[in-house]
Design a protein around this ligand. Sequence first.
Ligand code: SF4
Length: 65
Amino acid sequence: MKITIDPALCRSRARCYNLYTDLFREGTDGKGEVIITEDFEDEDLVVDATSAANACPVGAIILEY
Ligand code: SF4
């Protein structure tokens, strides 16, 4: 799985980096920033990434399988 955030959609609602600190952090502009930018297969991280994408109120978290 690979995670990206669409900066044009992100509204700095902070859910991703407050809830899933293993995958996201707050960027200098207050928007979400992906920590793990390369592909990963770890099942726990895949579950967290899926939950984060579902939790983002503006659909800015994009998952590639
Ligand atoms: S939850 Fe969505 S809107 Fe909020 S910081 Fe993360 S990507 Fe941006």
